[in-house]
Design a protein around this ligand. Structure first.
Ligand code: SF4
Ligand code: SF4
Length: 296
């Protein structure tokens, strides 16, 4: 079984054409600006939307584990919660939901195949995202193989945080890597995201040497993290002959999910970045022979 967070149809930002993006559970990193924090853990997670909650306390009444309390806002004692789903069933305004379900590769492909005509007409396909799609390595490798056998264009949105052996196996079944490269400073990368610079850059360098045409480097531009080293990042990618780098302006669209998970979103104080704030980097990239696109 593959642990899936969400399947999004008609996606247009995760590779060419019209696509279906499959968000998979599990991630080796913990970026504090993450837009999909519900994907971090492999296990399902209970989410509570405070804005929808009418404080009827029905969830607290039915919970067999005593995992819900009010102070007066909703509080979940996640260690007690067994994700039985009873509270979700009684929550009429749908303030509660469980994120995460087990699906077979066949079930995922059956969902994907609903839009075959759209992929054909737009040169689109399927993007595996997360989390880190290769976190569930064996099962996702099998899914990728299956997708290629059926003729789908496959993209992998990836942190690069896994062994080189895994990458070499997966590479055969991936048409496009959307490869996150977040920082040129190993210490800062480790401290803030938990990522290992040697592992990630080793994998990115391998792809840029062996199949550079299949790689788009992606850098989320994050205030007080990497916004002061964007030229160094572009330079690093250009030196290794990356054909294209996408700069993704910081946004706080994941904030509500952090709240729904009962976690604190530490980037609250930063305003959303406008694309125009990054336009100077397109010119800089041109001078180095690398295409810089603002946005994904
Ligand atoms: S059942 Fe839903 S609406 Fe009622 S208190 Fe619980 S979360 Fe809020
Ligand atoms: S999912 Fe089950 S155990 Fe968890 S809070 Fe809801 S009713 Fe309680």
């Amino acid at each position: 079984m593959i642990k899936v967070s969400n399947i999004e149809r008609f996606a247009t930002h995760d590779g060419p054409g019209i696509r279906t993006t499959v968000f998979l559970k599990g991630c080796p990193l913990h970026c504090p600006w993450c837009a999909n924090p519900e994907t971090w853990r492999l296990e399902p997670v209970l989410m509570h939307d405070e804005k929808k909650c009418v404080r009827c306390h029905s969830c607290q009444t039915v919970c067999p584990e005593g995992a819900i309390d009010f102070n007066p806002a909703f509080v979940l004692y996640s260690k007690k919660c067994t994700i039985c789903g009873r509270c979700v069933e009684v929550c009429i305004p749908e303030a509660l939901s469980v994120n995460g379900k087990d699906m077979t590769a066949e079930e995922i492909i059956s969902e994907i195949s609903k839009d075959d005509d759209y992929y054909r007409n737009s040169n689109g396909g399927v993007t595996l995202s997360g989390g880190e799609p290769l976190f569930q390595y064996e099962r996702v490798l099998d899914l990728l193989k299956n997708l290629k056998e059926k003729g789908y264009h496959t993209a992998l949105e990836t942190t690069g945080m896994y062994s080189s052996e895994k990458l070499k196996q997966a590479e055969k079944y991936v048409d496009l890597f959307l490869f996150d490269f977040k920082h040129v400073d190993a210490g800062k990368l480790k401290e803030v995201t938990g990522g290992d610079f040697e592992v990630i850059t080793g994998n990115l360098e391998y792809l840029l040497k062996t199949c550079q045409e299949k790689v788009i480097v992606r850098t989320p531009v994050i205030p007080d993290f990497n916004s002061d080293v964007i030229k160094e990042i572009i330079n690093w990618a250009a030196e290794r002959k990356a054909p294209e780098i996408n700069l993704l302006p910081y946004h706080s669209l994941g904030k509500n999910k952090w709240n729904d998970l009962g976690r604190t979103y530490s980037y609250e104080k930063y305003p959303m970045m406008d694309k125009s704030e990054l336009s100077e980097y397109a010119v800089f990239g041109e001078s180095l022979g690398i295409k810089v696109r603002i946005g994904g």
